[in-house]
Write a protein that binds this ligand. Structure first.
Ligand code: COA
Length: 247
C-alpha cells in the first residue's frame, strides 16, 4: 500500500484497492476516478479479482462536494462517476466491496457496482443527493433497484435514509457483516473461494449474470459451449471423477 489517492496492492490472483483520502472520509474526487479508470484498464488487460475498500473507518462519504458544486451541465452529460462505475461493474473478474462506516452518495453507488458487498456493523449506506440539489446519477436509480427492489430503493432515494448494517443485510444489499478488524479477512475468504474455481468459468458466470433478460438462455448456451470444449473443464471433471473413483 502507498499514500496515493487509490492505494493499490497487487497479488497474483487479486488486487486490493483502497480509497485513500481518510481525512475527507474518502470523498471521491476526479483524481480518484482517474485512478479507478487506470486500475480498470489494468484489470481488463490482466483479469483478477478486485477487492475495493476504504482507508480509515469509512468506505466513502460521497463524491467530492467541492468538485460537484463546480460541475455544470456538460459535466453531467459526461457521466464522470457513472462511467467509471460502469467500467468497474463490467470488469471481467468479480469485484468485492468491503464497506466500513459511511458509504454515501457516490460512495454507495461505487459499492452498488460491485458484485459482492460485505460490511461492518458501522455501515451507513444510502443516497442523500436530493438534499444537495442533485440526483444520484451514478447508478443508484437502476442498480440499487435491481439489488433491493423498487420499494426500498424508492424509499432510500426519495427520503435519503441511509441503512445500517443489519437492515442492509436483511435487504440483501450486503451479504454478510463482520467486525472491523475481520472485514478484510472476510473479503479475502470470499476471494479465495472465487480463486479456487476456473477463472474462465467465473468470468462467464459474471457475463451471464450481467446479461439482459431477453438474452437468456441463448447467451448461457454460448458461454457453456466454450467451456464444454475447454481443457480446464476436462481436467477438473476428470480430477473429480478419479478422486471419487468413478470412471
Ligand atoms: N465531499 C467533500 N468533503 C467531504 C465529503 C464529501 N462528500 N464528506 C465528508 N467530507 C469532508 C468534510 O467536509 C470534512 O472536511 P474538513 O475536515 O476539511 O472540514 C471531513 O470530510 C470530515 O467530515 P465531517 O463532515 O467533519 O465528519 P462528520 O463525522 O461530522 O460527518 C458525514 C460525516 C458523512 C455525515 C458528513 O461528512 C457528510 O454529510 N458528508 C457528505 C455526505 C453526502 O452528502 N454525500 C453525498 C455526496 S454525492
Amino acid at each position: 500500500m502507498d499514500d496515493a489517492l487509490l492505494a493499490v496492492e497487487r497479488r497474483p490472483d487479486r488486487v486490493i484497492a483502497r480509497l485513500n483520502r481518510p481525512h475527507k472520509r474518502n470523498a471521491i474526487d476526479r483524481e480518484m476516478i482517474d485512478a479507478l479508470h487506470a486500475l480498470c484498464a489494468e484489470l481488463e488487460a490482466e483479469p483478477r479479482i478486485l477487492i475495493l475498500t476504504g482507508a480509515g473507518e469509512d468506505f466513502a462519504a460521497g463524491a467530492d462536494i467541492t468538485q460537484l458544486r463546480a460541475r455544470r451541465a456538460e459535466d453531467a452529460h459526461r457521466g464522470i462517476n457513472a462511467n467509471a462505475f460502469i467500467r468497474i461493474r463490467e470488469l471481467p473478474m468479480p469485484v468485492i466491496a468491503a464497506l466500513d462506516g459511511y458509504a454515501l452518495g457516490g460512495g454507495a453507488e461505487l459499492a452498488y457496482a460491485a458484485d459482492i458487498r460485505i460490511a461492518t456493523p458501522r455501515l451507513k449506506i444510502g443516497n442523500p443527493e436530493p438534499t444537495l440539489g442533485i440526483i444520484a446519477a451514478a447508478g443508484a436509480t437502476w442498480r440499487l433497484r435491481e439489488i433491493v427492489g423498487e420499494g426500498l430503493a424508492s424509499e432510500m432515494l426519495l427520503t435519503g435514509r441511509a441503512l445500517g448494517a443489519d437492515e442492509a443485510r436483511a435487504a440483501g444489499l450486503v451479504s454478510s457483516v463482520h467486525q472491523p478488524d475481520e472485514l478484510m479477512s472476510a473479503a479475502h475468504a470470499i476471494a479465495d473461494r472465487i480463486a479456487a474455481a476456473d477463472p474462465l468459468a467465473i468470468q462467464h458466470t459474471k457475463t451471464a449474470l450481467r446479461a439482459g433478460r431477453d438474452t437468456h438462455p441463448v447467451i448461457d448456451g454460448e458461454l457453456q459451449a466454450e467451456l464444454f470444449e475447454s481443457p480446464e473443464k476436462m481436467r477438473r471433471m476428470t480430477q473429480f471423477l478419479e478422486r471419487t473413483g468413478r470412471p
